[in-house]
Design a protein around this ligand. Structure first.
Ligand SMILES: Nc1nc2c(ncn2[C@@H]2O[C@H](COP(=O)(O)OP(=O)(O)OP(=O)(O)O)[C@@H](O)[C@H]2O)c(=O)[nH]1
Length: 250
């Protein structure tokens, strides 16, 4: 009886799991999963995929499923991607690599532009017709983690800028790594992509990984008294590309 149930679960799931080999082991990519999303009051249907990094490389997915309940995945972060339209085959697709921002994306904090960029990039992707939003959950605080970001915010309230605060806590300004997301992107699409970003380092990461990038779409907005200094520091110190009249021009 139990065996039959296990077989059924496996049968349902195994066609939805993809193994992607990495230099450290494997990524297990699960999806697509139909995800209706409320985007500015309209319901938009994305195809959602989530991935998990493991040391073990196996195509025995029963083993992978068996292990899930004994590892506390809720304590760790898993990244995911929202896909829209004919992402695999359409000639022209627009993507965003969005680094998690607990304060901006979830709470709507105005200290940064992250929440705005998240929603706006989803809108840009759906308006474009084909694209994907990669939500990179191991990137909090440009790679320092949420707890350290909280400390960095306190330093910023005491005169440090966003780069100085990271460095004062012993981090580099930006330690994000895009390798896993790039591997997932390659598994989902072989054709060129346009990247939504103001950050040339993201463009460089894609190009260095051999991806064809056909263009870049800038994304500035939601500028206010609360995030103006933060955005200006990105331009002045982190190399973000400022478009005429879009960021923090006086
Ligand atoms: N350490 C630190 N991280 C911050 C601060 N404000 C926002 N962040 C983080 O900065 C990252 C911003 O991510 P993105 O918006 O994807 O990246 P970006 O480098 O701004 O590039 P684009 O938005 O693509 O132009 C997120 O991980 C946020 O959590 C801050 O003051 N300090």
């Amino acid at each position: 009886m139990k065996k039959t149930f296990v077989t059924k679960v496996l049968e349902i799931l195994e066609d939805k799991i993809q193994l992607i080999k990495t230099s450290k082991g494997a990524i297990y990519l699960v999806g697509p999963i139909r995800l209706p999303v409320n985007l500015y009051g309209a319901t938009v249907v994305f195809q959602w995929y989530c991935w998990l990094n493991c040391d073990e490389v196996t195509e025995d997915y029963e083993r992978v499923i068996d292990k899930l309940s004994s590892v506390n995945l809720a304590e760790l972060q898993q990244s995911s991607v929202l896909v829209y339209g004919d992402f695999e085959y359409h000639d022209d697709a627009i993507i965003r690599f969005h680094s998690i921002c607990h304060t901006g994306d979830i709470f709507g904090s105005k200290r940064c532009d992250c929440g705005f960029q998240l929603k706006q990039s989803m809108k840009m992707i759906t308006e474009h017709g084909t694209g994907a939003l990669f939500y990179l959950a191991n990137h909090e605080g440009r790679g320092i983690g949420l707890f350290s970001k909280a400390m960095a915010y306190i330093l910023q309230e005491n005169g440090f800028d966003t780069v100085e605060a990271n460095e004062a806590l012993g981090f580099v300004d930006d330690s994000r790594n895009y390798e896993d997301a790039i591997l997932v992107l390659k598994a989902l699409r072989k054709k060129p992509v346009t990247l939504i970003t103001n950050n040339p380092k993201k463009l460089r990461a894609l190009k260095d990984a051999g991806l064809e990038v056909s263009g870049r779409e800038p994304l500035w907005g939601d500028i206010s008294e609360y995030n103006e200094k933060y955005l200006q520091t990105k331009v002045n110190k982190s190399g973000h590309l400022e478009e005429e009249g879009t960021c923090c021009n006086d």
